[in-house]
Every structure is written in structure tokens, then in C-alpha cells.
Write a new protein. Structure first.
Length: 36
């Protein structure tokens, strides 16, 4: 049971990291459009 909890935590962290990267990319894209 403990193993499953750890696995879920790792998956959630990975999802958050991926989401943060995508957000950063979208912000960079918006900034690029504004500069142009």
C-alpha cells in the first residue's frame, strides 16, 4: 500500500513539472508575440 502511495506521488510530481514546463512555454510564446 505504501508503495502505491509513493508511486502516485511521483506521478503527480511528474505531472506538475510537465504542466509547469508547458505553462512556461506558452508564456514565452505569448511574450514573443507581444515583442513582435
Amino acid at each position: 500500500m505504501e508503495y502505491i502511495k509513493q508511486f502516485i506521488t511521483i506521478v503527480e510530481q511528474g505531472t506538475l513539472t510537465k504542466g509547469a514546463e508547458e505553462l512556461h512555454v506558452s508564456q514565452s510564446t505569448l511574450t514573443g508575440i507581444c515583442i513582435v
